[in-house]
Design a protein around this ligand. Structure first.
Ligand code: SAM
Ligand code: SF4
Length: 470
């Protein structure tokens, strides 16, 4: 088994460039084979690398449409029409790495360095809570200042900051890979998902784009989530930054990573993220990435990820423009961020300089209320549900996937409760009217007994109770 010593960069890992390239080269996408693979995926089985490679090689427009159709179907049959909403919260942008694509990299002189003080952090949380947010992902550069103790302290502070009727109920983390001991300290304060994106699974490219700092060690990062699992964090998220290397190779890398976690720990990743590179202040590389992914390729890769790992949550970020976001959501996305701001301190400050403290520029600048309104218009149930996490049921997506009837019994009612809470406390009149209509429509889908129970919950919310959940 792999040793976790930081210096052992050249150790053989579960990512083999040769194997992935062979898998991609030898997969022929004949229609019958593709249809068999789609049927396997629709029967809720995770695909094998050869099967995913076959889907990746499909170019025929009609067969491609069958892939999209299967992804949409899989999403509907397993997850229904809920979309979970969250916001990113940047705690600090000091960083000792030099990732060439990132505005926070150590050599970038144009970025203003900033770490939130406790008071500033509380203000950020209040600003987010006052908009209706309940779920956050906290983001940190990699720096000695951001020790496990510091990360734990900031998360603790977030949970304990209440504002009017609201509070943050689930904090996911996107931070540097930790030691097992470090993860244990962070786990103590109660986190949701710990995310680490490998950026690229192609080691030579990785080496070139991460020339300095702890992140230059490919294997230390690749096994970062193994250490999280060893520390008892069984809710982990993987991801690749698209635009650095061939997108098909990265999809294969994500699948191999998934299989590795399944084989070693009996559980795969809770979420997969697939950000595309966005322009960042003082970062010419980000304006002209070496392997840009077109919108068409992006849709294809999301559909294929959905089909390849049916049990995992897919996260789409506000890096994408609203029009594309709407299309891609249909292909199997389960979480999106909304009303996002990615400057350090940018939720509570209107400071013009804040852009200079941002990691990159966002494609979707709509407010949370606007995003919710649009989702409702398209028939989605925007959800802030955190019930599984708080009832000690880890792996919320996996529950939805694995337990027949779980979505209907737990997820949909809880989504409706959190939507109702949002409508009562934060929504604009237009969003409120649309949301109430959707709730009524959803209620009709339940039998009388269940409808009555859900109605009771909704009435409790109308009487002023909060955090109602099954
Ligand atoms: N510093 C930690 C790390 O690198 O893992 C966590 C925070 S880092 C800001 C979070 C993610 O932002 C990175 O993993 C990378 O995928 C993404 N990122 C960096 N630069 C980006 C850019 N120009 N456009 C889009 N995403 C970017
Ligand atoms: Fe630092 Fe993370 Fe940005 Fe790299 S991606 S420069 S590690 S903040």
């Amino acid at each position: 088994m792999f040793v976790f010593a930081k210096e052992r960069v050249d150790e053989k890992t579960f990512i083999s460039e040769e194997k992935i390239k062979k898998q991609l080269e030898s997969a022929t996408p004949d229609p019958k084979k593709v249809r068999d693979i789609l049927a396997k995926s629709l029967s809720k089985q995770r695909l094998e690398p050869e099967e995913t490679a076959t889907l990746l090689n499909v170019e025929d427009e009609e067969i491609l449409e069958e892939i999209f159709e299967a992804a949409r179907k899989l999403k509907t049959i397993i997850y229904g029409n809920r979309i979970v909403l969250f916001a990113p919260l940047y705690i600090g942008n000091e960083c000792c790495n030099d990732c060439v694509y990132c505005g926070f990299r150590v050599s970038n002189r144009e970025v203003l360095r900033k770490t939130l003080t406790d008071e500033e952090l509380k203000e950020e949380v209040k600003a987010l809570v006052s908009k209706g947010h309940k779920r956050l992902i906290v983001v940190y550069g990699e720096h000695p200042k951001y020790s496990p103790e510091f990360i734990a302290h900031t998360i603790d502070l977030i949970y304990s900051t209440k504002f009017d009727n609201g509070e943050i109920r689930r904090v996911n983390v996107n931070a540097a890979p930790q030691t097992v001991e470090g993860y244990k300290i962070i786990k103590e304060v109660g986190i949701g998902t710990f995310q680490i994106f490998q950026e690229t699974y192609h080691m030579p490219t990785y080496r070139k784009l991460h020339p300095r700092g702890p992140k230059s060690n490919f294997a230390w990062r690749l096994y970062g989530l193994d250490r999280a699992m060893i520390a008892g964090i069984d809710d982990v998220g993987i991801g690749a930054l698209f635009g650095l290397y061939d997108w098909k190779y990265e999809v294969m890398g994500l699948l191999h990573h998934t299989i590795h976690l399944e084989e070693r720990f009996g559980v795969g990743p809770h979420t997969i993220s697939f950000p595309r590179i966005e322009p960042a202040v003082g970062t010419p590389f980000s304006e002209n990435p070496p392997k840009p992914v077109s919108d068409k390729e992006f849709k294809k890769l999301v559909a294929i990820l959905r089909l390849s790992v049916p049990y995992t949550g897919l996260i789409l970020t506000a890096r994408e423009r609203p029009e594309l976001r709407d299309e891609v959501i249909k292909l199997g996305v389960s979480q999106i961020d909304a009303g996002s701001s990615i400057g350090v301190g940018s939720y509570s400050s209107t400071d013009e300089e804040v852009i200079k403290k941002s990691q990159f520029l966002l494609g979707d600048r709509r407010s949370l209320d606007e995003v919710i309104y649009e989702l409702l218009k398209d028939g989605y149930i925007p959800s802030f549900c955190t019930a599984c996490y708080r009832a000690g049921r880890t792996g919320e997506h996996f529950m939805e996937f694995a337990i027949p009837g779980f979505v209907k019994r737990f997820c949909t009612p809880n989504a409706l409760f959190t939507l109702k809470e949002y409508l009562n406390d934060y929504a604009s009149p237009e969003t409120k009217a649309l949301g109430e209509k959707l709730i009524n429509k959803e209620l009709e889908k339940f039998d009388e007994k269940n409808r009555k129970t859900i109605l009771e919950g909704l009435e409790r919310l109308d009487r002023g109770e909060r955090d109602v959940r099954f």
